[in-house]
Design a protein around this ligand. Structure first.
Ligand code: ZN
Ligand code: MN
Length: 156
């Protein structure tokens, strides 16, 4: 987990300015969100927070994430199978790389996508206020794991 105190401080300040109470559990949720690069689910955040605060309930985590979403401080990525994943580091829409094997989600550096909404708006007349740009595939780690067995090494 890379430590990003800048983002954590931002999230804390945002909740404080809105008048929300910052319990240690709530702070722990913010910490996980500020430091996760793999876009955790609520359950994954819950498991992390429980390591330090065993009394934390899933409902507390869920409520905190929902609150941050309402404040526009977390980006929710919903999927057809009902799983939701969260980006607390970059709350504005941006492209994602999604591994269909290990379900890791990464923020790639893509050049040029920031011009797309304006270009589409110009060419279609749509007033665009959001977008979703997902790239599905198999990550390098999973490709390594799936390498076919060498010849003569048992099953073909
Ligand atoms: Zn993978
Ligand atoms: Mn992201």
């Amino acid at each position: 987990m890379t430590v990003d105190h800048g983002r954590l401080d931002e999230l804390i300040a945002r909740l404080k300015e809105q008048g929300f109470r910052l319990t240690p559990q709530r702070k722990a949720v913010l910490k996980v969100l500020a430091n996760s690069v793999h876009h955790p689910s609520v359950e994954q955040i819950y498991r992390q927070v429980k390591k330090d605060f065993p009394m934390t309930s899933l409902a507390t985590v869920y409520k905190t994430v929902t609150l941050l979403k309402e404040l526009g401080e977390v980006l929710e990525l919903g999927f057809a199978d009902g799983s939701n994943r969260y980006d607390g580091r970059k709350p504005n829409p941006h492209p994602h790389l999604i591994c269909v094997q290990c379900h890791r989600i990464l923020d790639p550096d893509v050049v040029g996508w920031k011009d797309l909404p304006q270009a589409l708006s110009d060419s279609t007349g749509f007033r665009i206020f959001s977008h979703r740009l997902d790239f599905y595939g198999i990550c390098p780690q999973c490709q390594k794991r799936r390498k076919p067995k060498r010849r003569g090494a048992g099953r073909s």
